[in-house]
Design a protein around this ligand. Structure first.
Ligand code: DHB
Ligand code: FE
Length: 285
């Protein structure tokens, strides 16, 4: 059976792509941000994941405001990246695992989540910046399942609904017959707002509460809030934390915190990084 070996959350600011391509790892603006990742690599890479299931929000590349699914699961053999308007460089296409995708779709649908299924899907910075950060050299065998959650076109799914969706995806992964080692990733956040009077808004106190809740077995400190309240607390794009809740839902049960990093600001964003290991599944490859 497939095993979920770890859970990761990271911000996905487009400027990170430029910093990576220019190798600005020791630049004074970037060094405290990039310093968070090597300890995660040291833990993650020996685990030799076969598949990364990534909860992220498309920002207008594969979906746009004319038709925005709430939950959409990729079921393609390959996922190309493309520029959705930031002018950032692109990365080589990601290999899919359609069998696992369809198993996740069947499982989550049976659990009551009516999904959009995508046999073709282009992935934007919300998907591939986390992948580049966690796997600076992509392992040849690594496959992906991209799962989009709408954080853009209101009404959005509630935080509790996203956590429950993640749990359904996690149950489906664990019931997959192949012995795959799966890492689940939540992309986006933490607090940030890009537009309007509150552009540049950051809420360190709420971000720290989110870290603590995500690393615990009780996320009600986040899920008790409506989307409107979350936007007030975390900013209009800080609501992307619902992707992290789906990741945490997929992990289920108890987790051990492996590492966290928090750096204010990267662009307009409170950049967060969290690595979690489910209790009782550690079995290095
Ligand atoms: C920024 C943050 C985001 O989450 C995003 O999708 C685009 C830009 C930023 O802070 O610049
Ligand atoms: Fe974003």
């Amino acid at each position: 059976m497939a095993t979920i070996i770890g859970g990761l959350g990271t911000s996905h600011v487009p400027a990170i792509a430029n910093a990576i391509s220019k190798r600005l790892y020791d630049d004074p603006y970037w060094e405290r941000f990039f310093a968070g990742y090597p300890p995660v690599h040291d833990w993650l890479h020996p685990l030799e994941a076969d598949v990364a299931v990534v909860f992220y929000n498309d920002h207008g590349l594969n979906f746009f405001l004319d038709a925005m699914p709430t939950f959409a699961v990729g079921a393609a053999l390959e996922y190309p990246s493309a520029d959705e308007g930031w002018g950032i460089g692109q990365v080589t296409p990601f290999a899919g695992n359609p069998e696992l995708s369809w198993h996740i779709i069947e499982g989550a649908m049976a659990a009551g989540f009516d999904l959009t299924t995508c046999q073709e899907m282009r992935v934007d910075h919300g998907f591939w910046i986390p992948m580049e950060l966690f796997y600076p050299v992509r392992p040849a065998k690594l496959q992906v399942v991209p799962i989009h959650i709408n954080t853009v076109q209101h009404p959005l799914p509630t935080a509790g609904r996203c956590e429950a969706f993640g749990a359904a995806v996690g149950d489906a992964i664990r019931s997959f017959s192949e012995d795959l080692r799966v890492v689940v990733i939540g992309s986006g956040g933490l607090s940030h707002q890009l537009e309007g009077e509150r552009a540049g808004f950051i809420n360190r106190e709420f971000d720290e509460l989110c870290f603590d809740a995500l690393a615990s077995s009780d996320r009600s400190a986040i899920t008790k809030h409506s989307i409107r309240d979350l936007i007030e607390l975390a900013g209009s794009q800080g609501v992307e934390v619902i992707n992290w809740l789906a990741m945490r839902g997929a992990l289920g049960g108890e987790v051990t915190e492996v590492h966290r990093n928090y750096h204010i600001p990267i662009s307009n964003t409170a950049a967060g990084l969290l690595a979690l290991e489910p209790v009782g599944v550690r079995q290095p490859a």
